[in-house]
Design a protein around this ligand. Structure first.
Ligand SMILES: [Zn+2]
Length: 254
């Protein structure tokens, strides 16, 4: 699979019909016994989290995506995972499929007011992130959080692992499983800051030294001790990137 060469200066790939996506995701989740938790109405879009708790769960896993509007592969992948309904039966699962409907509609990273929601978790200004945090705060802590993104500049798939206590982590396994399908990002510097080696970045900047917090920073401070941010290269066809995310999530869960 070769890069499309579309992404000149920004993302120029496929978009998503957000209203249809939210409607169909909601129907699919209900059909598979997920419990919806409404946490915001943004313009006319109803935003939900979803939870499904089996009897006697041994772990709680959180999966989030749809926070950057120019990154449709995460939402598409999460929809597929809900449709396929293959989940570990020992995991209490919590999903956040779409936090930025206005950005997804416009195919912009930011919401329609120009706010990058994924930099808004320290002193939240946006309605979306305020509502998201209020919802997160009434949930239990997570054993693992998976946050699905895309990188329009990347040559291959990679992930950020934040794991301060160095507990058992699926990071290497995720990359090995994705490698069967998609190119892995060559060793390189991402965003002029992070060293990516064998598809993995282990950021070492403490949260209090960061002026702007991503969702993953908020999660590592407040909700979990193991966070993976998964980055698909978005200069490839959308179904291919979504498939890479599906494989990555499944390899983290099983
Ligand atoms: Zn992103």
């Amino acid at each position: 699979m070769k890069r499309l060469g579309l992404n000149k200066g920004r993302y120029h790939g496929e978009g998503l019909d957000v209203a249809e996506y939210l409607r169909e995701f909601h129907a699919a989740a209900l059909a598979h016994n997920w419990t919806p938790q409404h946490f915001a109405t943004i313009d006319n879009f109803e935003l939900h989290g979803y939870r499904r708790t089996p009897p006697n769960p041994r772990r709680i896993i959180y999966i989030s995506t749809g926070i950057h509007g120019d990154e449709p592969a995460g939402p598409v992948a999460l929809r597929r995972l809900v449709d396929e309904d293959q989940w570990p039966n020992d995991a209490d699962l919590i999903l956040s499929p779409c936090l930025n409907p206005t950005g997804l509609q416009l195919k912009t990273r930011e919401n329609r007011h120009g706010i990058d929601l994924n930099r808004d978790y320290r002193e939240p200004q946006s309605e979306e992130v305020r509502a998201h945090i209020a919802w997160l705060n009434q949930l239990p802590r997570f054993d693992l959080s998976l946050v699905l993104h895309e990188d329009w500049e990347a040559d291959g798939y990679y992930l950020y692992e934040v794991n301060p206590e160095k507990i058992a982590s699926p990071a290497v396994h995720i990359i090995e499983r994705v490698r069967d399908l998609a190119p892995i990002q060559p060793d390189s510097t991402i965003d002029l800051l992070w060293q990516c080696e064998s598809g993995i970045i282990r950021p070492n900047l403490p949260p209090h030294e960061r002026p702007l917090w991503a969702e993953a920073v908020y999660l590592i401070v407040n909700k979990t001790r193991l966070s993976m941010t998964l980055e698909a290269p978005s200069d490839f066809p959308l179904p291919f990137r979504a498939e890479a995310h599906v494989r990555a999530v499944q390899s983290a869960l099983f």
